[in-house]
Design a protein around this ligand. Structure first.
Ligand SMILES: NC(=O)c1ccc[n+]([C@@H]2O[C@H](COP(=O)([O-])OP(=O)(O)OC[C@H]3O[C@@H](n4cnc5c(N)ncnc54)[C@H](OP(=O)(O)O)[C@@H]3O)[C@@H](O)[C@H]2O)c1
Length: 249
């Protein structure tokens, strides 16, 4: 099951998994895009089921799990960002961010991990971000949501260590997808970072890391170096420096 399969990293992961012979359940709100993707996946000889759902809705998540009770690989990829100071951003958008990035990811993990453990096999890929390692002004709630995902994923992997279920946290840096258009929202001044990886490259790195049994995968050598260096930097200073970068966007 790939969430957020209608665009970007999720769509790229679905295509790669289909090429590797994995049957798929594709989840996102835009059903038409999922249908197109499912067609491309089926052409690779796998089963691809479209499951349109708004993951911000608790009932939709429960219905998804009822319709697809046995999942061996859960890719919690659906997510969104919001550009702007928390005090000025629309609360409905922020609440949706938390519902998708935090609550839905946690709920789907909770729904599927028991079945995986009972069968003695399962893989969960939690898509976080390198911003999960630092406070990011003007992306404050987004970065905080990804810090949650890093923490949750690593803790879940330890909890499930003896069950045959492995949890891997993928941390992409800037990736060329629709993410920054969504994050900017209508009328906001943000722009995407200059250098970005492709969704295909990030998807491949994440799936390969998961297959190798890695707990934490940071996509790209520059991003890995940045995450390593952040361990030694005072977090308050990092936040001030990050503000200079995000203000320019
Ligand atoms: N792009 C980057 O620079 C970057 C960097 C680090 C981490 N990430 C993370 O990578 C993941 C994928 O993002 P992306 O870059 O591929 O962005 P994207 O192109 O905007 O794709 C986001 C996906 O999430 C789905 N989604 C959003 N809200 C949803 C909802 N309420 N219910 C169901 N699905 C929903 C979207 O589908 P619908 O709109 O059709 O529902 C879409 O398929 C996210 O978790 C993001 O935070 C991205």
């Amino acid at each position: 099951m790939v969430t957020g399969a209608s665009a970007g990293i999720g769509a790229a992961m679905a295509r790669l998994l289909a090429a590797r012979g994995t049957n798929l359940v594709l989840v996102a709100r835009r059903a038409g895009r999922l249908e197109d993707l499912a067609g491309a996946c089926r052409a690779q000889g796998v089963t691809a089921t479209v499951a349109p759902a708004d993951l911000a809705d608790v009932e939709a998540r429960a219905a998804l799990a009822r319709a697809h009770p046995a999942v061996d690989l859960l890719i919690n990829n659906a997510g969104l960002g919001i550009y702007g100071a928390l005090a000025e951003t629309d609360w409905a958008r922020t609440e949706r961010l938390l519902a998708v990035n935090v609550t839905a990811l946690t709920h789907l993990s909770r729904l599927y991990a028991p079945g995986m453990a009972a069968r003695g096999f399962g893989r969960i890929l939690q898509v976080a971000s390198i911003v999960g390692f630092l406070p990011v002004p003007l992306f404050a709630a987004y970065a905080a949501s990804k810090a949650y995902v890093v923490s949750l994923g690593l803790a879940m992997d330890a909890e499930l260590a003896t069950s045959g279920v492995r949890v891997c946290v993928l941390c992409p840096g800037g990736t060329a997808t629709e993410f920054f258009d969504v994050a900017r929202g209508p009328g906001a001044p943000g722009r995407a970072p200059g250098r970005m990886m492709s969704a295909e490259a990030v998807a491949r790195i994440g799936l390969d890391g998961l297959a190798r049994g890695q707990r934490l995968v940071v996509a790209g050598s520059g991003n890995r170096a940045a995450v390593f260096a952040l361990r030694f930097a005072p977090r308050g200073l990092v936040a001030r420096l990050a503000m200079r970068v995000t203000r320019g966007r």
